[in-house]
Design a protein around this ligand. Structure first.
Ligand SMILES: *Cc1c(COP(=O)(O)O)cnc(C)c1O
Length: 451
């Protein structure tokens, strides 16, 4: 039985949070630690396309997709149907005990889709951080070396190993040390702030790798092709290609962390394609199964096979229900031509902020690709980050029914990760709500600008 589709329009019938949401938040604060602190002043009741309906009957525009996850919309009928069918057949066997063919089918789809030539193999896991941990294990087993290099502004997760790879202290690492050993951090490429060309930035990176680690100790370099939590930093043209070239020449593996950039998000299946690079290993999660917990490490067969039998796995990794959702989500991305749709979203967001930028120089950098776009807000004179302003805009936008995310090492980046199936008018309305709030802060700039 199909339900009434969820009206694709923003509508507030109460203030946010509404009375039911207030009551739920009160109970939440009793039973759930404040370490979680959800940002949206609403509790979800139904989500579809570009709209989230809350428990008070309000309809919010979703510009976050649960952090780049629900690319095809959070209740796409094809995904729902695939999940229902699988649940009726079986929910779990543990792949290491009794295999099922859908796991292999997904591994085969990944082999067809990822920008790695030749045979690949995939191991399926539960979360992005778990994928990164496994990529590190595989790289160490293959190379017989231990050191792993990550970049300034990197985000790779919150587990003990991945916290050590993540750059930003607050809120991800503060008070949680000590971190794992043999993890190193090197400078990357942040054109807006370092002003370096791709070639210059790569030379700086390689110099650090050689002088502070040494290729003979280095198992792998890991990088997000567009740095996500760090502020949607797109490296200068040619940077990644140069770093990958150095890795190949020095028997160092290159791991592309495409957990956020993967699965049509940036207008191609994977962001590595746009950079013209061929990673040895790719980590995948977020968009892979449209919200069912699933992740993967896909890599060159020779590298993946370096691990001894039984060396990888876990109870739930590649859970059949999540795999069914993944296979269905990939089908929808193909059928609905979502790479093109993501590119179009990038154009709309860029156009919108270029207009605003003409008379608001605080909108200093508009960057990203496809449906992964961000704007960095700074003091036009000093380039000082306007983190307080960004937070103020996000809080107010959410109250007005637009789910808005922030990012950046300095907290001064508004980021946009809508479900790729969002309607264009809805997207434009969401952006206008945000830039109207931005414009208002201009008229009372004296009170709103950071100290
Ligand atoms: C979100 C993210 C992770 C961590 O994924 P989880 O599923 O939250 O563990 C790792 N790397 C990147 C690039 C991410 O964006």
């Amino acid at each position: 039985m199909s339900r009434e589709p969820l009206d694709q329009s923003r509508k507030l019938v109460t203030e946010l949070p509404g009375p039911k949401a207030r009551e739920m938040r009160e109970r939440m604060e009793t039973y759930v630690p404040k370490a979680l602190s959800p940002s949206t002043p609403a509790f979800a009741s139904r989500v579809e396309g570009g709209i989230l309906e809350d428990v008070d009957g309000n309809r919010l525009i979703d510009l976050g997709a649960g952090i780049a996850v629900t690319t095809v919309g959070a209740s796409h009928p094809k995904v729902v149907e695939a999940v229902k069918q699988q649940v009726e057949d079986f929910t779990h066997t543990c792949f290491m005990v009794t295999p099922y063919d859908s796991y292999t089918q997904l591994a085969q789809r990944l082999d067809e889709l990822v920008p790695i030539s030749g045979q690949t193999r995939s191991v399926l896991l539960n979360s992005g951080a778990e994928a990164v941990e496994n990529a590190v294990k595989i790289a160490r087993a293959y190379t017989g070396k231990q050191a792993i290099a990550a970049f300034d502004h990197a985000y790779h997760g919150r587990t003990t190993l991945t916290m050590g790879l993540t750059a930003k202290n607050m809120p991800y690492k503060d008070s949680f040390g000590p971190f794992a050993s043999e993890l190193y951090r090197v400078p990357g490429s942040y054109p807006f702030r370092d002003g370096l060309s791709g070639e210059e930035a790569a030379a700086r990176t390689i110099s650090s790798l050689e002088s502070q680690i040494g290729a003979n100790n280095l198992a792998a370099v890991i990088m997000e092709p567009i740095q996500g939590e760090g502020g949607f930093i797109v490296p200068a043209e040619g940077f990644l290609a140069k770093v990958v070239e150095w890795c190949k020449a020095n028997d160092v593996l290159f791991i592309a962390d495409e957990v956020q950039t993967g699965f049509v998000r940036t207008g191609t299946w994977f962001a590595s394609e746009t950079e013209g690079i061929e990673p040895d290993l790719i980590t995948l999660a977020k968009g892979i199964a449209n919200g069912m917990p699933l992740s993967a490490v896909t890599g060159r067969a020779e590298v993946m096979d370096a691990v001894h039998p039984g060396g990888l796995g876990g109870t739930y990794g590649g859970n059949p229900v999540a795999v069914a959702a993944g296979l269905a989500a990939i089908e929808v991305m193909e059928e609905e031509n979502l790479t093109a749709k993501a590119t179009r979203i990038g154009e709309i967001i860029t156009d919108h902020f270029q207009q605003v930028q003409q008379d608001d120089p605080r909108v200093a950098d508009i960057r990203g690709r496809g449906a992964m776009m961000a704007v960095e807000l700074v003091d036009p004179e000093t380039k000082a980050p306007l983190a307080e302003l960004v937070n103020q805009i996000a809080v107010e936008a959410r109250k007005q029914g637009v789910i808005t995310l922030t990012a950046g090492t300095y907290g001064n980046v508004l980021r946009f990760l809508p479900p790729v199936v969002i309607g264009e008018d809805l997207l434009k309305e969401g952006l206008s709500v945000i830039t109207d709030i931005l414009a208002e802060t201009r008229s009372d700039q004296s009170v709103s600008v950071d100290a």
